[in-house]
Design a protein around this ligand. Structure first.
Ligand code: ASP
Length: 719
């Protein structure tokens, strides 16, 4: 790594970069705006947003001295976004974000997934252990402070000084204030922000539409426009009597947020200003041409192939019984979601000639600045790709496939005889709780087939020198993945509820010790040992070097082309993105309208089809056009709309706001032609998909008879 990068990074600051960005942002032509803006830096785009219709200022959106829109935004369980819609803690997010909780409260006899759920009183709201809701308190750039104190330090000393200062920054900002805090790296390490937050842990399920609404269209329609999915669910945050975060307690009270979004029931129209304010997960817009090629040629195909195998098993099982349909609901959704996205991503990257575009940019950079950074990244990438592949395959096998492996790993301290006295008691208590949770959604036959099919696919793709010793030989020797999995399961106790109950009850050190030879345990330990010893260290080292070089790359781009915008990648922190209610014309002869209506739900209705069936009452109401107060001027009930806001995973559940900062919808997806936007954003075709708030209210009020929830909101008519 040429030292020049580090030297230059130290002199680079946000202020400089923003000045570079400013000129183009203001003069950009299309309404589709690439970029997920850091809330403290909105001044840069305030003028542009106002020119597009925003009636607020940057301070109305983010302010630490008085309440602002940010106080109604929520990071939902660390992976999704959500928003406050009442003074009494009522929160909206997506159905697919609350899906795990809805599943947890479902059984064959009380199937909330199929029938939906509505708490008609506060007492009926359902607690959700482990669910968290996080509010951002403050975001502050601490890059200069960190660089200043580390001046003159090198290597490990520098790292230690850095960590010490980070700890001091967090302590100063949070101590005694009921806040949590962290310093987060942005922009490949070009900058670092302190983020303080309040984390609530008593969050109760208030309402969920039936899956025939919340997941209408299923995998068929996922990542597709036109869309007719009512992808929302309703929760309530509870606090202690001082309105502070608290663990679940029956006498906790509804949280009074500093701000909740007024809900605009006058609806949206083509061309309206919109912004989406949430927690986008991860984008990779600065991958170089070789890395994009690797995504298209290797990474996506191997991940898709692994999930093809998993989905074949899970889908067949779910179709075979109601119990399995419920047990594997959330798992199916999480496996299928990225699987379909990767397919669309490959198609989009290819159609947009992403590799050529990257080559062109890299050649331009080289011409203007003579920078060699792309060559340096390519040299690192050549070493890095096998480790990235091995890591991705390990994740697919260990976390998105059979569950018995990880479950067995949970017992390692007992099996290795490493859990002593008190620690042992609390570990056993946790394992007994985990056993109940695990068994609830577990089927040994499904898991066995998952292990068999995934292990075979894993061995197809994993770089041979990075596979665990002996695995390929054992699988081949057994006669293939399924036969091998049969053997593992025949000899393992972890798949058996009775065996495990006895072991946990008796807690006999000798019995635990014997499990060291249990094949499920043996193989997860070998896989993990291989991953942590052979893959993770090199993966981490190379990734760190690539990040440093990528920081230099983005910096070089900004310096070489001051008239262009090079936005900061998403990193699961609060961001604002803005655009318009807007359709698209992704292919020749094809024009997407930005609004879909209830008429389309009936057009898609196919009785008996798991993706497109509907409860009779829903069909009747829609056929009778009983739209209550929620129809638009043309008499239609708008269901979803698209916008030109730059979003990604994690933006699921984000508030879609109008020019006044009022809630007009909930973001939940992107169109099929947008799935490559995490790597290459194209303003002419990238569209996010939002469920119209009027449809959300119609489902609650007219369909479910839960009008009391609508009454709790602050309804406004902006038009
Ligand atoms: N539906 C998406 C998700 O799974 C949202 C998106 O990526 O746009 O997170």
């Amino acid at each position: 790594m040429p030292l020049g990068y580090l030297g230059r990074m130290k002199t680079w600051t946000w202020k400089g970069a923003l000045a570079l960005c400013l000129a183009l942002v203001v003069s950009a032509q299309t309404s589709a705006k690439e970029g997920m803006w850091i809330p403290t830096l909105l001044k840069v785009v305030e003028g542009d947003m106002q020119a597009m219709g925003l009636k607020l200022t940057a301070e109305d959106i983010y302010n630490v001295n008085h309440s602002s829109l940010k106080d109604a935004g929520v990071h939902f369980n660390g992976g999704c976004s959500a928003e406050m819609v009442s003074a009494e803690g009522l929160l909206l997010t997506n159905h697919h974000c609350g899906y795990g909780q809805i599943q947890q409260h479902s059984s064959v006899d009380n199937d909330l997934l199929t029938d939906g759920f509505w708490a008609m009183t506060r007492a009926e709201e359902l607690p959700n252990p482990d669910l968290t809701c996080t509010f951002i308190d403050r975001i502050e750039d601490v890059t200069e402070r960190l660089l200043a104190v580390c001046e003159g330090f090198e290597g490990d000393d520098r790292e230690a000084r850095w960590d010490e200062e980070v700890a001091a920054i967090v302590k100063e900002a949070t101590e005694g204030q009921g806040l949590e805090g962290e310093v987060v790296e942005f922009d490949c390490g070009n900058s670092h922000f302190l983020i303080t937050s309040k984390v609530f842990r008593d969050v109760r399920l208030v309402g969920a539409p039936p899956s025939a609404v919340g997941k209408f269209g299923g995998d068929t329609d996922n990542w597709v426009w036109p869309r007719h999915t009512g992808d929302f669910s309703v929760f309530r945050i509870y606090a202690d009597r001082d309105n502070k975060p608290a663990e679940f307690a029956s006498d906790n009270v509804p949280y009074a947020p500093e701000h909740h979004f007024p809900v605009d029931v006058s609806g949206v129209q083509d061309g309206d200003f919109t912004m989406v304010f949430g927690f986008p997960g991860r984008t990779e817009q600065y991958l170089t041409s070789d890395a994009v090629e690797h995504v298209i040629e290797r990474l996506n195909p191997m991940r898709i192939a692994m999930r093809d195998e998993g989905l074949a098993v899970i889908n067949a099982a779910r179709a075979s019984s109601d119990a399995l349909r419920i047990a594997y609901a959330a798992k199916q959704s999480s496996v299928a979601n990225a699987w379909k996205k990767w397919k669309g991503q490959n198609r989009g990257l290819t159609e947009l000639h992403a590799i050529d575009k990257k080559h062109t940019l890299e050649a331009e950079l080289n011409k203007v600045s003579g920078s060699q950074v792309v060559e340096d990244i390519a040299a690192l990438n050549a070493q890095y790709f096998p480790f990235l592949e091995a890591r991705s395959l390990f994740i697919e096998l260990a976390y998105y496939g059979p569950e018995v492996l990880n479950y067995a790993h949970g017992f390692s301290a007992l099996i290795e005889g490493k859990a002593e006295d008190e620690a042992r008691e609390s570990l056993l208590a946790r394992l007994r709780v985990a056993e109940d949770g695990f068994r609830r959604d577990y089927d040994a036959g499904v898991d066995r087939r998952l292990l068999g099919r995934l292990v075979e696919e894993y061995l197809e793709w994993v770089p041979t020198n990075l596979a665990p010793d002996g695995l390929a030989a054992e699988v081949t020797g057994a006669g293939g993945g399924l036969a091998w999995a049969d053997k593992v399961f025949a000899k393992s106790v972890f798949d058996d509820a009775d065996d495990m109950a006895k072991l946990l009850e008796n807690d006999n050190p000798k019995s635990w010790k014997k499990l060291a030879k249990d094949p499920a345990y043996v193989w997860i330990e070998k896989l993990r040992a291989n991953y942590f010893a052979e893959v993770a260290p090199e993966y981490g080292r190379l990734r760190g070097e690539i990040a440093t070089a990528s920081a230099a790359y983005t910096q070089a781009l900004r310096e070489a082309f001051p008239e262009r915008v090079f936005p900061v990648d998403a990193n699961s922190t609060l961001r604002l993105t803005y655009g318009k209610v807007e359709g698209s014309a992704p292919y020749d002869g094809m024009q997407y309208n930005p609004l879909s209506t209830a008429r389309g739900i009936l057009q898609k209705y196919v009785p008996g089809d798991p993706d497109f069936d509907m409860p009779a009452r829903l069909v009747e109401l829609l056929e009778a056009e009983e739209y209550g107060d929620y129809a638009n001027e043309e008499g239609d009930l708008v269901v979803c709309f698209t916008g030109s806001n730059h979003t990604t995973g994690g933006n699921s559940g984000s508030p879609a706001l109008n020019d006044m900062g009022h809630l007009v919808g909930i973001n939940f997806d992107r169109s099929w032609e947008s799935t490559m936007s995490d790597i290459l954003f194209d303003g002419s075709r990238c569209r996010n998909i939002m469920v119209d708030i009027r449809y959300v209210l119609w489902v609650m009020d007219v369909y479910a008879g839960a009008g009391h929830l609508v009454e709790e909101m602050t309804l406004v008519q902006g038009r």
